[in-house]
Design a binder for this molecule. Sequence first.
Ligand code: FAD
Ligand code: FES
Ligand code: MG
Length: 313
Amino acid sequence: MIFLVAGVVKTYFFVYNKRVRQINHNGRNGCMYRIVSKKPLNPTVTQMEIEAPLVANKALPGQFIILRVDEDGERIPLTVAGVDKTRGTVKIIFQIVGATTERLNHKNEGEYISDFVGPLGVPTHTEGVKKVCIVGGGVGCAIAMPVAQAFHEQGAEVTSIIGFRNKDLLILEDEFRACSDKLIVMTDDGSYARHGNVTVPLKEMLEAGERFDLIITIGPLIMMKFVTLTAKPFNVPVTVSMNPIMVDGTGMCGGCRLTLVQDGKRVTKFACVDGPDFNGYEVDFDEAMSRGRMYFDYERHAHEETCNLFKHA
Ligand code: FAD
Ligand code: FES
Ligand code: MG
């Protein structure tokens, strides 16, 4: 008799769990997040709007979310690239660089992702800044764009310098034009707009006597390091947006730690709760770059397992 009862209970839970999994995959469970729209911005960068009203209501420029594409997925941070409070949606813009972004890009409009947690991080400090220079590189421009919009909306004079490796990788030019008093577009190979990297026009402007209350730079670490070095002789404050590996996003795991040098002392900070914005003059960029390369072999292997292009090669 006892075995019969145990068997019935076991069957009940088996059917129940299967049903819950089905509901999750059908997206009828309230915890799933619907992809309201999906738009490629260039061959490797995609924009999505995700239905997440609670995040949309609270997010401010400079903050980010952590998502999981599906139940078995890893957690990845992406910046809030815009919100529509009326529709309860959050815009994300991501570059397909590895397994998880590849998996996310396989999802289509009307489908669902498992987790979408946020807003996380400290919003970008915008108060009191009257004249700002935004320097974005590659997909970093997606992170820089809402920041430029926030400065524009508060009446600041905005100069934007955006740089890409080539014309095919250009994103958000119209959006930057709409919120900038002056926009300079650079390509590394000269295939569009001005030839060269973003530090060239920045240096020219500073040498010509242009003075900004603040320079904000967002992009590859090496670019942010050189923007900071370019600004240093002119004593302009520089804010950099750090993008180390993040896991929990709440200051618990230590994965996102970085070193600042403050008054000659080395101080550990966590990008997820203390940042992602930091004073560029204090960041130990070389250490951050070496930490960023730590999981390269693992990431490459995971990408190869996800991407069909590798399988057919
Ligand atoms: P992988 O092959 O696993 O990794 C490729 C590279 O991405 C790694 O070398 C590493 O540099 C980075 N990366 C991998 N896992 C993580 C992780 N858990 N946390 C942080 N970086 C990781 N990218 C965008 O395209 N758009 C954004 O708006 C954006 N905002 C970000 C905001 C913050 C605060 C941070 C920290 C990162 C942001 N990134 C953004 C980077 C994005 O999180 C990574 O590109 C993504 O995690 C790559 O995952 P993957 O599995 O596809 O690639
Ligand atoms: Fe874990 Fe920042 S992501 S401490
Ligand atoms: Mg990954």
